[in-house]
Design a binder for this molecule. Structure first.
Ligand code: ZN
Length: 256
């Protein structure tokens, strides 16, 4: 398998042309012709993730977040992103990002988050999903449930005894989608990060906000993409090895 073959399989799961105009998903570093025996999935290409890829002999990393989102006019090791890109080139590791295409894809980041939050139907389109809890619960109880299923601390913004039944969500920094939750008649809205002025507007609208962490709301989706690729590889009876990163969120680079 080549990087290009993997790109085509990922395309079948989360079509790259569905990405937002400002996004930079697709093959960002490396060569379509590079042979891939192992691929590593991670939320971000960090120094520690590159260490991990090198140790696994993975010549391809697939991340959710892209690099070079804002264009570059020089590539040096004087800034964080420059160091990462330079190192990928040095280590001969290709990088593919599946960002806003994966957010929106069926079975992608937001669908995974919806399922993990215990919401049944997972209605909605684009970046927004909403669904209903099997049993209404007080907001404080729902926060504990979210901490349990997402594995990070949850910040509850609103009265903690509000009964929660219908919930809207958007992973990562998508707190602006709370208005879709209001339109959908939700009691609550979940995002990775909630901007303060969105929290105030939600409080005014009687919607409880749950801030669950950027990494925690998106990592399950990259795991799902790895699984989807594994299924594609099984179908074509290809033995490329698929790994999901074990590097904790916000790990420091290893001291050398
Ligand atoms: Zn994100």
């Amino acid at each position: 398998m080549t990087v290009e073959n993997i790109l085509e399989l990922l395309q079948s799961v989360a079509p790259f042309e569905t990405q937002e105009e400002w996004d930079n998903s697709g093959l960002l570093v490396g060569s379509p012709r590079q042979e891939v025996a192992s691929v590593l999935f991670a939320l971000d290409a960090t120094e520690r993730v590159i260490d991990e890829a090198a140790a696994l002999g993975a010549s391809l990393i697939v991340t959710h977040h892209p690099l070079m989102l804002h264009g570059r006019r020089r590539l040096t090791d004087e800034d964080y992103e420059g160091r990462i890109v330079s190192r990928l080139i040095r280590e001969n590791i290709s990088l593919i990002a599946a960002h806003t295409n994966l957010d929106q894809a069926a079975g992608g980041i937001n669908d995974m988050l919806c399922a993990l939050c215990g919401l049944d139907d997972g209605a909605g389109e684009g970046f927004f999903r909403c669904g209903t809890l099997a049993e209404p619960v007080p907001a404080e109880t729902f926060a504990w449930m979210l901490e349990d299923s997402l594995g990070d601390s949850v910040r509850l913004m609103g009265p903690k005894d509000t009964m929660i039944r219908r919930v809207g969500l958007c992973s990562g920094g998508g707190s602006e989608f709370w208005e879709a939750a209001e339109k959908a008649g939700c009691d609550a809205f979940i995002a990775g990060e909630i901007r303060h002025h969105h929290a105030l507007a939600m409080a005014d609208a009687g919607i409880v906000a749950f801030e669950c962490g950027h990494f925690a709301t998106e990592e399950p989706g990259i795991r799902a993409l790895a699984e989807a690729l594994q299924n594609c590889l099984n179908e074509v009876e290809c033995n490329v090895r698929v790994f999901v990163s074990n590097v904790p969120a916000y790990a420091f680079p290893k001291e050398t």
